[in-house]
Design a protein around this ligand. Structure first.
Ligand SMILES: Cc1cc2nc3c(=O)[nH]c(=O)nc-3n(C[C@H](O)[C@H](O)[C@H](O)COP(=O)(O)O)c2cc1C
Length: 201
């Protein structure tokens, strides 16, 4: 086995992330694609919340949200984000840092259309991260958009994806006596080659 063999082998970090996620999908009780997404606000104060990773593209990670949400303001403001995927069942994590841009084209339309009707209408009804008077007020809003938009609502203009284009990806696996294995992949630009380094645990 080479120095970076076994579960860490390969020369494409996106393929490796896809492979680890596929493995986690068979061992996690639910939401193996849940990521803790970290952003910073305009004061530099970090913020973090879970979202679902929906796509691992050849060179980016994609998730979906409301463009009026707190996270969207932070993502648009800083243009950068980080996230971690952690699987208790595998005792592994993947950490990602990079630049963000919106995915509000065909891919977002496609993903929106693939969701259940109730979720599609829910996206219309929720002004995510804004104060809400009551649960009843939200349900009234759902009823209103259901009546207005019918069974084929278009993707709301205020809802879509973000693409994280990493400059750094770390693959981490639990080792005996806290002697974990860590490999960090870094690159200066998307046209540059990855430099891979083993790190101390
Ligand atoms: C497992 C899990 C998955 C979630 N997935 C999403 C998601 O894909 N998109 C989203 O907007 N919120 C998702 N949420 C809700 C967010 O954690 C968060 O409450 C919401 O997006 C508002 O965050 P913000 O106020 O920082 O913008 C998820 C929550 C959990 C616990």
């Amino acid at each position: 086995m080479s120095e970076r063999g076994g579960i860490f082998a390969g020369d494409d970090p996106f393929a490796l992330a896809r492979q680890w996620l596929a493995e986690a999908e068979t061992s996690e009780p639910n939401d193996a694609n849940a990521i803790a997404l970290a952003t910073v606000d305009s004061n530099g104060l970090p913020d973090v919340r879970m979202v679902l990773l929906k796509e691992i593209e050849p060179a980016a990670f994609v998730f979906y949200t409301n463009y009026g949400s707190a996270k969207a303001h932070e993502l648009d403001g800083a243009g950068k984000a980080a996230f971690v995927l952690h699987w208790k069942s595998l005792r592994r994590q993947i950490r990602v840092r990079g630049a963000v841009s919106r995915e509000d084209g065909l891919l977002a339309d496609e993903y929106y259309a693939s969701r259940s009707l109730k979720s599609r209408l829910g996206a219309w009804a929720s002004r995510q991260s804004q104060p809400l008077e009551s649960r009843a007020a939200l349900m009234a809003e759902v009823a209103k958009v259901t009546a207005r938009l019918g069974p084929n609502p278009p993707r709301p203009p205020f809802w879509g994806g973000y693409r994280i284009i990493p400059s750094q990806i770390e693959f981490w696996a639990d080792g005996a006596f806290r002697l974990h294995d860590r490999f960090v992949w870094r690159r200066e630009g998307t046209d540059k080659d990855w430099k891979i380094e083993r790190l101390n645990p």
